[in-house]
Design a protein around this ligand. Structure first.
Ligand SMILES: Nc1ncnc2c1ncn2[C@@H]1O[C@H](COP(=O)(O)OP(=O)(O)OP(=O)(O)O)[C@@H](O)[C@H]1O
Ligand SMILES: [Mg+2]
Length: 224
């Protein structure tokens, strides 16, 4: 799947000038880069929830997009009810089974009847991921889905998204600050720097043999 070019400015300052790029159909594309490099802006434009400089939100030919924002919102109802908000047209029983299976896979089934606004940060992030994965999408846009999660929950989330991707064949744009996570999950990588796509390529070459000085410095810093 090809993402089109996206450009976004605020007050005359260009915060993203993305030339377009190919997402692998058989795995994750990780988006890496420093704070403010434009990752969430790219996520919002790809998800169709932010208006680019020219044109309307959304892009021609896009598939159904499932978007997990960087900061997820718990509605004031139970955890299970939150997840069931995204039940689509399923029957009650089938929806509940799927919701509980997702909560179980993420290790929070025991919290299903708790008020969602009482959850911890990492629990809320897991609930939000379960809510998203209730439906099948052609493209998943995940903005730092595991940033608040501990190591075990992160492993569960990676496994769950991997299984979802394999089952549905969807494309996945996965923003992360963890190079280890990018190595574990991604086939392709986009490296953003100051709103530019400074480098893109297969994960195994990009993360080990950077072509640009900017990416080499970025990788060196993480290796310290
Ligand atoms: N609504 C807005 N108005 C003005 N500037 C904005 C707005 N949204 C984002 N920006 C600016 O655009 C730049 C890119 O922001 P973005 O959220 O895409 O960064 P990011 O790469 O996701 O960073 P982080 O790693 O901190 O999440 C930042 O400098 C930010 O201040
Ligand atoms: Mg961000």
């Amino acid at each position: 799947m090809n993402l089109p070019p996206f450009r976004k400015s605020y007050g005359g300052r260009v915060v993203l000038d993305f030339p377009g790029g190919e997402l692998p159909g058989d795995g994750v594309c990780a988006v890496i880069g420093t704070n403010g490099s434009g990752k969430s802006t790219l996520a919002r434009l790809a998800a169709g929830v932010l208006e680019p400089d020219r044109g309307c939100p959304g892009w021609p030919g896009r598939p159904r997009v499932g978007y997990l924002p960087q900061h997820s919102y718990p509605f004031q109802m139970s955890v299970r009810a939150n997840v069931l908000l995204n039940a689509a047209g399923r029957g009650r029983k089938e929806a509940r089974e799927r919701a509980d299976a997702l909560l179980d896979r993420l290790g929070i089934l025991a919290l299903a009847d708790k008020p969602a606004h009482h959850l911890s940060g990492g629990e809320t992030a897991r609930m939000a991921l379960a809510r998203l994965l209730m439906r099948d999408y052609g493209l998943l846009v995940l903005d730092e889905p595991t940033a608040a999660m501990d190591i075990r929950s992160t492993a569960l989330a990676e496994e769950l998204v991997g299984g979802y991707q394999a089952r549905t064949g969807c494309a996945v744009l996965w923003i992360t600050h963890s190079l280890k996570q990018a190595r574990r999950t991604a086939r392709a990588v986009f490296f953003l720097q100051e709103g530019q796509l400074a480098e893109q390529g297969p994960a195994e070459t990009l993360l080990t043999a950077p072509r640009t000085e900017a990416l080499r410095r970025f990788l060196d810093f993480y290796a310290l």
